[in-house]
Write a protein that binds this ligand. Structure first.
Ligand code: MN
Length: 250
């Protein structure tokens, strides 16, 4: 479970992403609870990266449609390379290169395996676990499948919610779309960054995502222009937007 794949794909002199060289901050928690997060990632395609801490790294799955609270939904989850622990709370802009785009910390909390041996469960391709985040809670499963993508590559899994008190029909990705770290949307995260970073960040031309990214870049520029005209208020005094009046499930 080394981070060679992760490091090979990134140039840390250019990227604000954590290199994985720094030790993660100590968190107080029960012994069987481990860190988890979901990072909403607008790159070539919008997707949600599910990260589960295990043995000092973050096991990672890219979920194109994001998690669903509905047990009837089986969400494709592509197993990708392990990420360093300190990447798990990262939110910001990735300049050109692998994963170029904007990263939002969409959910975070702790996870607990519901199996005795996590490594064995990963080998078998059937990991049952519990999440305790802000948006995602209760019992879940990751099941490896052969029914999608290149045959036999073993990277295709399905993320499925188990039937419990935390299951439901609400579309959590549209009901609770914002960051749990900053309460911001993509364009605000982008606007908070240094312009020289985000100006180089136009990895997509054409297609639905290209349009989405361009729209976000325009929104970010407008937000910056507005800030430039007015004195900047302290974040705590920032007026709440109407969408934040909605109470997210706890
Ligand atoms: Mn990603």
């Amino acid at each position: 479970m080394a981070l060679e794949d992760y490091k090979r794909k990134r140039d840390f002199t250019k990227s604000p992403e954590p290199s994985g060289d720094e030790p993660p901050a100590r968190r107080r928690r029960k012994v069987d609870e481990r860190f988890f997060s979901v990072q909403k990632h607008l790159a070539r395609h919008l997707h949600y990266d599910l990260r589960l801490e295990l043995n000092g790294v973050l096991l990672s799955w890219a979920v194109p449609k994001g998690p669903s609270l509905n047990p009837k939904d089986k969400r494709l989850a592509m197993h990708v390379e392990d990420h360093p622990l300190d990447y798990g709370t990262f939110e910001g802009v990735i300049p050109e290169g692998y994963g170029a785009g904007i990263v939002m910390l969409w959910d975070t909390g702790t996870w607990k395996p519901l199996v005795d041996n996590v490594e064995a469960a990963l080998k078998t391709g059937d990991l049952k676990f519990e999440l305790d985040g802000y948006k995602l809670k209760g019992s879940w499963a990751l099941i490896r499948t052969r029914g999608y993508g290149r045959q036999g590559d073993g990277r295709s899994w399905l993320l499925i919610k188990h039937r419990d008190d935390w299951a439901g029909e609400v579309d959590i990705t549209t009901f609770a779309p914002l960051s749990v770290k900053s309460n911001q949307d993509f364009h605000e995260i982008l606007a908070a960054d240094d312009p020289s970073v985000w100006r180089t960040n136009r990895p997509v031309e054409g297609g639905a995502t290209g349009t989405m990214l361009r729209a976000i870049i325009e929104k970010a520029a407008a937000l910056k222009a507005e800030r430039g005209a007015k004195p900047r208020k302290a974040p705590s005094k920032r007026p709440r937007r109407p969408s934040q009046g909605k109470k997210e499930p706890t």
